[in-house]
Structure formats: C-alpha cells, structure tokens
Design a protein around this ligand. Structure first.
Ligand code: G16
Length: 543
C-alpha cells in the first residue's frame, strides 16, 4: 500500500469550539476539509509516528466514511495502532475509558454531540488527550494554528477496512483493533455501582424508561439496564443508533425529549425517566411529574455519592461550570468539600481531576461525571441516580423535595436565543461589558447589583488563564444573571442567558421556576436590552 502526500491549502474557520470542531456535514464532506483537520491534529501533537489512538463516533451520517479516512491518514502518518469501536461506534465516555485503560496517546471522537445529524445537519471531530479528556485550550490553539498553515497531508491509498467485526487487522504497518464498544464500559459501571441493589429495586417493580434518542447510548443502555440489571425489554426506547437519529434532535432536555416528558407526566408514568444525547455524555433525569434540573442533579449526587461503592469513601472535591447554579456549592460547604468554578467546557475539569482536587463535576448543560473517565457521562449519571434511589429507598420527587428542604432551592433556568446575527449578538454583549464596572450598587427589579464582571479563570493546576468566559451579574440576594454565546452551534450565534435565584425555605420551595425567576428574567432583558439588539423578546428554548 502506498503513501501519498497530498497538497492542500488552509481552510478558514477550523477553530475548535467549546468541544472540538463542529460544522455542517456538507462542510466536513468538502474536499480536503476532514483531511486538513485530521492532519492538523497529528501535527499539533508532534506527529503520529509510533503512537496509539482510539477512534469511534456516535454513528451519525458520515461517521463511517470519516473513520476510514482517519484510519488511512493515521497509517500514513506512521501510527502504530488504532483501537476502533465496532462499526466505528463509541460513546464519548466509552472512548475516554478506552484511551485510559489502554494507555493510548489519545483518541479522535467523531461527533457533534447533541446537534442533529444527517447530510444537512451537523458533524464534528474532537481530539482527546492521553488522560482521556478533551484537548485543553493550549492544544486546541495549536491545532487551529496548524490548520492555518497546512500545505499537505499524508494519505495511505487502499481499500476500506472492515470495521464490522471485532478482531485485529493491518493497514500498511499499522495495527487496527476493532473492539466491542460496550464491554469495557459496562464492566467499569459494574465496579462503580451496586448492581445487586439496583437489580433488586427493579425486580421489586421499580419501572424505568430510558430514551436513547436513536443515538449512541442505545446499545450501552440495553446491555446495562436490560441485560445486566434485569429491566424488562423495552425499557430502553429509540434504542437503535441511526445516522440521522431518526430525525430526532438528540439533546436530552424537556424540549427535545418531549416524548419522555409526556410519558413521565402520564397516568402510567414509570418511576424513573432518563435520556441521553448523540454521543452519550449528557443526561436528563426525570421522576414521576418531577423534572430534575441538571444543577440540582449535580447537588444531589454530591450529597449522596457515598451511597455508591465506587464513591463510598466520599468525594475529594466538586467542580461546576460558572453558569451552573450554586446549588452544589451549598452541599460542598456543608460537607467541607473544595468547590471549584470553571468556564463552560468539560475540558476545564481535566486538570482538577488529574490533580485529585475533585472527583465529581457537572454543568447546567445536562452534563455530570466523575474521575472514572475524563468526559461527562450520561449513563454513569443515570446509574448513580438509580444507586442512590435504591440505597435510600426513595422516589425522585421525595429526594428532590428533601434536598430543597435541607439546603434551600436555587431556582434556575437557561434561556437560549438561537440563530442570531453574530455581529449583533456580539455587539450586545460588548455593550453590556462596557457598562459592567458602573453596575455595582445599582438597583433593578428590586435587587441590588453586588458584583458584575466578565468571568476569567486561572487554572489552579497549570496557571493558564482563560478570559472572556461569560458576563456575570450577581445581586446582593444571591440571584445571578450570566450571559455568553454558545461555542457549540453551527448556524449564527446562540445567546445563552442563565438565570438563578435562591430561596432558603421552608416556604416557597415548590414554585414554577419561570414564575419564581420572573424578576431576574426581566432584569436580564433590561440590562442587556436584548430586544433592541437582536429583535427578539422571547427565547427559542427554555431549559
Ligand atoms: C459541550 C461541552 C460542555 C458545554 C456544552 C455547551 O457539551 O463539553 O462542557 O457545557 O458543550 O457549550 P456551549 O454553551 O458553548 O454551547 P457537548 O455535550 O456538546 O459536548
């Protein structure tokens, strides 16, 4: 098999966002597009020669073709071995696990996460480092710089590799090992959680509905929930991963997982509902007529993690992204745990976990995870919840109500304004940034501004500084408004407005979140003048 060096030119806009490079599938399918980016990754890590990688994706349209291209490029660049999930499939947490247990030099994950898939939807690639976590900013900056200077890439000419059956084969001198995508992941879950206790709860009639949204978690959830824990067949719905996710938008939130929400509010509702996203790293938890916000979910897991065998000695510390509600801070304070506040993006948790500062992290964007891998992990969160419910013999609703009673409630919501004109959205935030220093002490909607800034983060482990991570306006009563532009969208700009208000209780803990947050919402609109800048008065998605 021959190796060719293909001449190319830099392609504009290959800057990785919050989590890798995400673009319209058609953009990725353009000549040289995928190849330039993959070569830039190999160049940025000092070449692929002699290295071992993991490769897999969420099964979306173009996943199979992209896998073949990346394999041939890895071989041409001198890689020693690539471990590939059967069918080129791997959930993001399973890929992170394979990188770690095989001590590889990293991995390439093909996914645009919760974004829809298909020829006219989204595709993406991210590189995870040897710790199993998303490339840190220092590396994504290098990758971007390589994309801007690229002049050639290496390609091995040859036939497609058969990825449909486990086993080992050769591509030139490079070994390709095709592995069962589920086996190692399921084995790890059995070590972390009390499968006997969860199995007994299920055998006792506890009913679960897991919506895999026609994305990657189907095979994982079937194996774990149905085959190993004994939940009846059919517990996992939308269980077959499809290239277009069956037309679903695989984002586990009340808007896009409406089918699950409707079921959980029906007369026949199961005891526990959950959904995951395109690549299996997000989760949504729902009880009977009870929605658990991701921020509350994180706080509850922090409060009860020691119910699970893998965490029986307690937590070393917790971390949340800045826009995530401060509910977990209250648990950390009571338990005497360190609590870190990072910018949005799972990559910022990696150093904290590697250094042993934290072993539970979470984000408002339906992400929760621990140091068992270096990615957030949807099914892990589901199993942690099930383990806690089994140990405490509680319903989701009772656990949540009990938590609010003990800690008070951080009412929380995120309002997304999608498809905005990027220049206008940026101008709006720039305008607000220019006024931040004068806001302190001003009164709005009966609340006084205590602090306002543009969030900057200094990594306590390596000292790196990340600036411009979101506008933060904190009021004297603890309420908060955070605003930033999403780094994962592919069309125009998405403005995310994060709203929070604390109620200590015992009264006023069970209000509707939007109603309880109404003054904070009005304040956000007034402060940023959202309608004047964007022409929009209502968000597209509320979570
Ligand atoms: C990614 C990141 C998360 C982040 C989320 C939303 O998740 O890994 O850390 O919170 O995007 O980011 P943004 O607000 O910039 O759109 P995923 O599941 O898409 O990989």
């Amino acid at each position: 098999m021959s190796i060719t060096t293909v001449e190319t030119q830099p392609i504009q806009g290959q800057k990785p966002g919050t989590s890798g490079l995400r673009k319209k599938t058609q953009v990725f399918m353009q000549r040289h597009y995928l190849e330039n980016f993959a070569q830039a990754v190999f160049n940025a890590i000092g070449g692929a020669k002699g290295k071992t990688f993991v490769l897999g994706g969420d099964g979306r349209y173009f996943n199979d073709r992209a896998a073949q291209v990346i394999l041939r490029m890895a071989a041409a660049n001198g890689a020693k071995k690539v471990i590939v999930g059967q069918g080129a499939l791997l959930s993001t947490p399973a890929a992170s696990n394979l990188i770690r247990i095989n001590k590889t030099d990293g991995g390439l994950i093909m996914s645009a996460s919760h974004n829809p898939g298909g020829p006219d939807e989204d595709f993406g690639i991210k590189f995870n480092a040897a710790n199993g976590g998303p490339a840190p900013e220092s590396l994504t900056d290098k990758i971007f710089a390589e994309t801007e200077n690229i002049s050639e890439y290496k390609m091995m000419e040859g036939h497609d590799i058969d990825l449909d059956a486990p086993g080992t084969t050769k591509l030139g001198d490079m070994e390709v090992e095709v592995v069962d995508p589920v086996a190692d992941y399921a084995a790890m879950m059995e070590k972390l959680f009390d499968f006997d206790a969860i199995g007994q709860m299920i055998a006792g009639g506890f009913r679960i509905r897991f919506d895999a949204m026609c994305a990657i978690t189907g095979p994982y959830a079937v194996e774990i929930l149905e085959n190993r824990l004994g939940a009846p067949r059919g517990t996992v719905v939308n269980r077959i991963p499809l290239p277009d996710f069956g037309g679903m938008h695989p984002d586990p939130n009340p808007v896009w997982a409406k089918q699950l929400m409707d079921e959980m509010w029906s007369a026949e509702a199961p005891d526990f509902g959950a959904a995951s996203d395109g690549d299996g790293d997000r989760n949504m938890i729902v009880g009977r007529e009870t929605y658990v916000s991701p921020s509350d979910s994180l706080a509850i897991l922090a409060a009860h993690a020691d119910s699970a065998p893998g965490y029986k000695d307690g937590l070393s510390g917790v971390a949340r992204s800045m826009p995530t509600s401060q509910a977990v801070d209250r648990v950390a304070a009571k338990k005497g745990l360190d609590c870190f506040e990072t910018p949005t993006g799972w990559k910022f948790f990696g150093n904290l976990m590697d250094a042993g500062h934290v072993n539970l992290c979470g984000e408002e964007s339906f992400g929760t995870g621990s140091d068992h891998v270096r990615e957030k992990d949807g099914l892990w969160a589901v199993l942690m919840w099930l383990n806690i419910l089994a140990a405490r013999k509680s319903s989701v609703g009772d656990l949540l109500a009990g938590h609010w009673k003990e800690y008070g409630r951080n009412y929380y919501s995120r309002h997304d304004f999608e498809g905005l004109d990027t220049a206008k959205a940026t101008a709006m935030l720039d305008d607000l940034k220019g006024r931040l220093t004068g806001l302190k002490g001003s009164e709005i909607e009966g609340m006084t501004v205590a602090h306002a800034d543009d969030f900057a983060y200094t990594d306590p482990v390596d000292g790196s500084v990340s600036k411009g991570q979101g506008i933060r306006i904190v009021f004297e009563d603890g309420s908060r408004i955070v605003m930033r532009l999403s780094g994962t969208g592919t069309t125009g700009a998405t403005l995310r407005v994060y709203l929070e208000r604390y109620v200590a209780g015992p009264d006023g803990l069970d209000r509707d979140a939007q109603e309880a947050l109404a003054p904070v919402i009005r304040a956000a609109h007034q402060l940023a003048d959202i309608e004047r800048h964007t022409g929009r008065s209502e968000p597209d998605v509320i979570t």
